[in-house]
Structure formats: structure tokens, C-alpha cells
Design a protein around this ligand. Sequence first.
Ligand code: SAM
Ligand code: SF4
Length: 476
Amino acid sequence: MIKGVKINMELPADAVNFIDDDKLQGLLAQTKEDLPRARELFKKALDKKPLTVEETAVLLAIESEEGLKELFDAARELKRMVYGNRIVLFAPLYVGNSCVNNCKYCGFRRDAKGIVRKTLNQQELEAEIENLEKYGHKRLILVFGESPVYTPEFIANSVKTCYRIKSGNGEIRRVNINAAPLDVEGFRIVKEAGIGTFQVFQETYHKETYAKYHPAGDIKGDYMWRLNAMDRAFKGGIDDMGIGALFGLYNWKYEVLGLVSHALHLQKTCGVGPHTISFPRIKPAADMNIELPYEVNDDEFKRIVAILRLAVPYTGLIMTARESSAIRDEVIEFGVSQIDAGTKLEIGGYQNQKGEQQDINKEQFVIGDTRELDDVMYWLLTKGYIPSFCTACYRMGRTGEHFMEFAIPGFIKRFCTPNALITMAEYLEDYSSEKTKAAGYALIEKELQKMPESAQKQKIITNLEAVKQGTRDLRF
Ligand code: SAM
Ligand code: SF4
């Protein structure tokens, strides 16, 4: 037990280390580029079958220009097939940056010099939510450091506040969490507040490297406590699980195999794979003074996204505003399904003026994409993507295992595209600039033209009209 933190860190008896280091290292050392085999695997992935760890290693071994081109083409095609042209938008809301840990890469770490510590009080939290609603956000991820203050009850209360606060037509319809791993009971408490996904990033799956960046004696120093987090979340009733690795701590290929091992482990033990995978790259942070021999360059980053897309066809991929707008522009097509927009990391930052500079002493790290939500919307629309604020599946019980069942041909047409168009129309009516509104309705028109005449199409048209007349929260 760590001083001041009331958490039962005893691992459940069935906790296993599903990262087979010898096997992963062996695969990386011995798998050579084999294009005919890789092509079979592209086909397998395009049949929407998840790849094994060994098969993923075959994709990681591709180095030739020809092979990489085929890899990117396959990922692009799979993304279109499974996710269509929707991109789900969300915003992070940093609730507090107190932290008992000392992760060497993080601006919130216990010993970081110069960092301004702050936790939003109830009034400040409500003001942040109102501001986010006024921008047009419907989906949030609440982010916390690890502190005795941020108990499961505290997190649950923050979630409930998000759902309670309404501003005009604005409301938050889905709240996800990125916080320290809890025990089963803690996860249960947070789940009961109505959360969507609970994210815990392993940071690095390589145990020795993990120990290098997460000092022993800290809660976060316990590799297995973190590795087992999603299994406990599932026991606590959470079937929307978000996993991730912080790229730059260790060999990126190893981390990809770690993520795939994790996804397969959850599928095997919980009957449902992760809902999302995140792949943040390390960014400069306050008082950060570490060497990063494994920093991932942009070309490698592109490969990470494409390979994950093919290896786990049904898992959402999240690319955050850590990445610059130029990189996001390039990489989005290879398989990303969710991005954040209008992101502010400063605690209380959504009340700042638009376009205000980042103050690194108040934030976890430097972000690359500082555009406001409306600009991100416009960018997506001009690229032919449908920005979506849809929260229908989670609110209609289509989560976890159900989600997997529904993620079959026809699902996108029946649910996702209509809901994306309707939630986008809500944004266009309530929050949009004129420019974005024109681009948005032009895209809606184009999407409708693509649909064959049917009762479903008529229903979409009726609902879009109802949105224009002021009805909100219609969903399929
Ligand atoms: N404190 C909780 C924890 O560590 O699990 C909540 C998450 S922390 C606020 C969110 C994530 O930010 C971490 O899991 C880590 O992957 C990422 N992160 C930390 N420092 C970063 C940096 N300098 N650049 C990019 N991402 C960073
Ligand atoms: Fe704390 Fe999380 Fe930052 Fe580690 S990554 S120092 S646990 S906020």
C-alpha cells in the first residue's frame, strides 16, 4: 500500500503476464520481409479477420518501397470498408494534475519543477463543461493525474456533472475516462456513473524499459498492476476498454506487438477486444530531461497506424492533437477513426481566449494541433470526411460484445452514417461558422445522393429536416 493512497493493489489470482518477451523479441529478430506472405495477410485483414502476433510481425518486417506502398493501400482500403468516411470527434477535459507518480516523461510528475498544480473545483468544472458545449462538443474524455484526491467517487462525480450540465442545445452525451488504473470495485463505481470507455495506456510493454521510466516504489512502478488494469475494468462491468502505448520509450515494433498481444488477450479472456487503441508519441513536457533513443519518426508513425489498422480491424484508432495538423492530414486516411479537436490541456483552459498560446508549466505536454473545433471540422469536410459526434451505440446498449456483433456489413449504412450526418447537422445549426456550414451541408447532400432510395433514406431526410427545425438528439 502506498502512503496516502487507499487502493487495494493485490492482483486478482487469475492475473497473467500475457507479454511473452522472448517470443516478441524472437519474432522481431527472425521475421524477414516476405511480400507474398504479407499479401495473404492483407487479404485476411480485408476479410476483417484479426491478425495473430506472428502475422503482425510479418507486416512489421516490410521495409521495401513496394511493400510499404501495398501496406498503406491495404490499410486505406480497410479503413474505408469498416469505418467509411466518418471521423468521430471528442475533446479532452483535464480535471486535475496532482500526481503521486514520477513518470520521467510527464509534465505532471511529482518532482516536475515549475508546474502549477490545480484541480478544478465543482464550479470550475461546470464552467469548463459549459464552454465545451458552447464550442459544440458532445463527447469528452476526462483526464486525471494519480492522486488520493481522485478517488473512484471523485471521478464518478465529475462524470455525473458532465451529463448534468446543459447549455442551450448543448449537452455532453458520452464521457470517457483516462485515469490511473483502479481496483475492481473502483472500476464498478466509475462505470455506474455511466462512462463510455476507460483508457489506461501501458506506456511500454517492455518490462525493463517500463522500470526505467516508472520508478519502483511508485504505484505506477508496478508493471503488472497496470498490465492487468483492463481485466479488472471488465470485472467491474466496463466492456469498452481503451489501451495504448506511449511511442518513443522503446522499439516501436515491439510496442505494436505488445498492443496486439493485449488486444488478443482481452478478446480471449473477456470475449471482447479493446474498443480503442491510442498510439501517442512523446512530446516535450515541463522540466522533461530525458534521452529518447527510440523516438519514432513520421514515416514510422505512419506504419504504426497502418499496421494496427490491419491487425485489429474492429478496434477504433485514436490520433490525438499531440500530432501536428500536417501529420494528422497525412495519417488520418490509414485507419484513424477518432481524433480530438479544439484541444486545451491547461486545467481550466476552455475558458481562455481562442488561439491563446500554450503555457507548458500548466500543461502535461506540448500539443501539435492547436486548431479550434470549427477549423478541424472544416478541414475534415474539405477532405471528404464526415465529422461525427455520434454517441448512439453506447447509449442504446450497443457496446462491448454487442458492438462486435453489430460491426458487420450493413451496420455502417444502417446506423453510423445516418447518425454521423444527424449529429453533424446539429453542429452546423448550433455552432458552425458560415464556411463550415456550407461545406457541411454540401457533404450531407453528396452523402444522400450516394444512398439508394429507401425508407431508411427518407427517415434520414426527415430527421435532418427536424434538426433544422430545432429537434435535437435524434438517433438510429
Ligand atoms: N495519470 C494517469 C496515468 O498515468 O495513467 C492518466 C493518464 S496521463 C494524464 C495520460 C497519458 O498521457 C499517459 O498515459 C501517457 O501515455 C501520456 N503522456 C504523458 N506524458 C506525455 C508526454 N510528454 N507526451 C505525450 N504523451 C504523454
Ligand atoms: Fe502522473 Fe499519469 Fe503523468 Fe505518470 S503519466 S506522472 S501517473 S499524470
